[in-house]
Design a protein around this ligand. Sequence first.
Ligand code: UFG
Length: 319
Amino acid sequence: MKLLVTGGAGYVGSVCAARLSEAGHEVVVVDDLSTGHADAVPDGCRFIEADLAEAADGLLTEGFDGVLHFAAKSLVGESMEHPAKYWQGNVVTTLRLLEAMREHRVSRLVFSSTAAVYGQPEAIPIPESAPTRPTNTYGATKLAMDHAITSYATAHGMAATSLRYFNVAGAYGPYGERHVVETHLIPIVLQVALGQREQVQIFGDDWPTQDGTCVRDYIHVADLAEAHLRALDRAQPGQHRIYNLGNGTGFTVKQVIDTCREVTGHPIPARVASPREGDPASLVASSEYAQRQLEWQPQRAELDTIVQHAWAFARARIA
Ligand code: UFG
């Protein structure tokens, strides 16, 4: 297939672009490089640097079989301080893309959604049928687009899939996580091991969890990419399927730090700080639906494997 990958210079987008290209698809990446990196676009993919909201219509005139839409603003804290950036970047831009797809009859879409649409869950693990009550603007914008995509699938026969990511981590060879402003736990902890930070802050140790620190479901980015390939193949016209993607196992912040200590051999000093606003205590996915429908099974589910791959990537970057 000839595929447009928006945000293919970013973390998840670059890994998926690499896997799609390896699987024999013709991949065109569009990215405005606001958070991505030109050298993260995989070899073999054509790269267009452009603002998607401006460029979507023109880009799709050349004809595509499908779009994988990763380009988005994705920092929870920032979304609360600068909501316009999120409604504009995640909603207005995606609506332009949907209209361009309709206009140019591109019907296949895989959309990056998020576990943040669920807010504070009532029960763990979280199935797709759980109430969607986002507690931050980021989650609200992604949920709004999940609804818009359902309308497009119903009205215009789009073959669409939303994938709700839990905590994506790890790396795929030379493609990994390198945000200019890093807020994610595993890369922050590894920065301590690399001597780029003095210590890690644990955001609260009084949560109702086994050791008092927050529980998250970490999924390897290459397993996540595999689910995208399957979602693309199995999409059906007129249907919008929504899948949670996680491993179904939760790890506390302290367990993640301990695993990083084991993998890196570094003591990684940590200190308890105040809880971060908007953090739910536990987020663990039920991915049973994805496993059944997409015949997808995470292959790198162990936390130490995920951390080892993130560590190899982080060390290679400074070598
Ligand atoms: N944490 C710390 N110290 C840090 C950074 C994080 O204790 O320096 C804690 C957080 O409080 C949280 C856990 O580590 O409990 C994971 O935090 P991340 O920032 O790595 O990830 P989040 O769970 O906050 O959010 C991620 C994505 C969101 C997505 C969400 C869905 O960044 O986009 O997963 O699960 F919505």
